[in-house]
Design a protein around this ligand. Structure first.
Ligand code: SF4
Length: 370
């Protein structure tokens, strides 16, 4: 059961049921339809309409309830989801990843250090373990297992894959579709020690997608966690908000005025793919990132967010022609059809068509004369 739309609400109101008080304005809205639309967005109290029937109130209140609770564990929020699929709206809180540190284990300090030291950056995000849960002792900035067990969470111990996955799906569907309070607490899956890392990774990846709010591991394995965090970043981005980086000139390996010059848009995934390649080139380079509302090069071109005039303006804004002596700009291969148009607008530089794929930049540079 999803939230009621304005039209669904309107059907219960006097203007639709053709009863007394139609469009009486007592609620402060000019019409019953205006009231219904406001109510659907939770911008007015249902009690403002004294003539709303009891069954509308019951249905509205049931639908307006938050389907899944949000739980805050030492600043890590989990739950609070409203949809089953990201494209319906967005996911709210990403699946948290926690690791157990058993202080009765003689090697616990070593494990704790490894967990704390673990950090990597992907698409501008610093990724690290969300929560450390201690057993047989307490430590600052961690949560003890006893405290953790008292939280209003639904625990599922991973044993059988199909049983665990079915349970996770059932709980989320009951919470979202039926708003069943018995299933409104966030879930966590507990993974006991396992020697089968491949299976562990496959299962945890599935549960991360559907629908664990938290994964708790007894083991700490950097490869496993890196894989899961990369997957998580892909799942939990907001589809309504393109991932973008700042539009500016990026420098790789200390470029000077004669260094290579590349160009792309500010779509984060393209930027990082290209940046990785430029970083590993044996020669220094610049990367001019144009503002394109976070769109990839072809999307930006088709949406007129990457036009020859815009590119020329970007170069002018950066005063780039006065900063370098190199007069060649390498554009993405996907924009080969724009070469003449760009050349027409950009008189200070020669436009060179580069590669379609970022991974081919290394070979392209090896074979180019500059
Ligand atoms: Fe319609 Fe109720 Fe508002 Fe009157 S008070 S206009 S009946 S919604």
């Amino acid at each position: 059961m999803t939230e009621l739309s304005g039209l669904q609400i309107f059907k219960y109101l006097p203007a639709a049921t053709k009863t007394e008080h139609t469009n009486c304005k007592e609620c402060g809205c000019p019409t019953c339809m205006a009231f219904a639309l406001k109510l659907a967005k939770h911008n007015i109290d249902i009690e403002k309409c004294k003539y709303a029937p009891k069954n509308l109130k019951e249905i509205y209140e049931k639908n307006a309830k938050q389907p899944q609770k949000t739980i805050d564990i030492k600043g890590v929020k989990i739950g609070g989801e409203n949809v089953l699929y990201r494209h319906e709206k967005t996911f709210i809180n990403k699946t948290a990843i926690a690791v157990i540190v058993d202080m009765a284990n003689p090697d616990w300090e070593n494990k704790l250090k490894k967990i704390k030291d673990f950090e990597f950056v992907r698409i501008n995000e610093h990724l690290k373990i969300d929560l450390i849960i201690t057993k047989n002792g307490t430590l600052p900035e961690t949560v003890s297992y006893d405290e953790f067990k008292k939280l209003p969470l639904i625990e599922i111990v991973d044993e059988d894959f199909s049983k665990t996955s079915e349970e996770l799906i059932k709980i989320r569907e009951k919470a979202i579709l039926e708003k069943d309070e018995n299933f409104s607490n966030p879930t966590f899956v507990y993974f006991n020690h396992s020697n089968n890392l491949d299976l562990l990774c496959a299962k945890a990846s599935y549960y991360l997608c559907k629908y664990a709010n938290m994964l708790v591991f007894e083991d700490f394995n950097e490869g496993l966690i890196t894989t899961l965090m990369t997957l998580r970043q892909n799942i939990f981005t907001d589809p309504q908000q393109p991932l973008q980086v700042e539009s500016k000139i990026y420098e790789f390996n200390n470029p000077d005025e004669n260094s290579l010059i590349f160009m792309t848009t500010n779509f984060a995934l393209t930027f990082f793919a290209v940046a990785n390649e430029l970083e590993s080139l044996p020669v220094p380079s610049y990367l001019i990132v144009t503002p394109a509302e976070g769109m990839s090069v072809l999307t930006a071109w088709s949406a007129e967010k990457f036009t020859a005039k815009m590119v020329a303006q970007t170069l002018k804004n950066f005063d780039f022609a006065n900063k370098v002596k190199n007069r060649k700009i390498i554009i993405p291969g996907l924009l080969a059809h724009m070469k003449d148009e760009l050349q027409e607008e950009i008189k200070d530089f020669e436009i060179i068509v580069g590669t379609i794929d970022a991974f081919a930049i290394g070979d392209f540079v090896k074979n180019m004369s500059y």
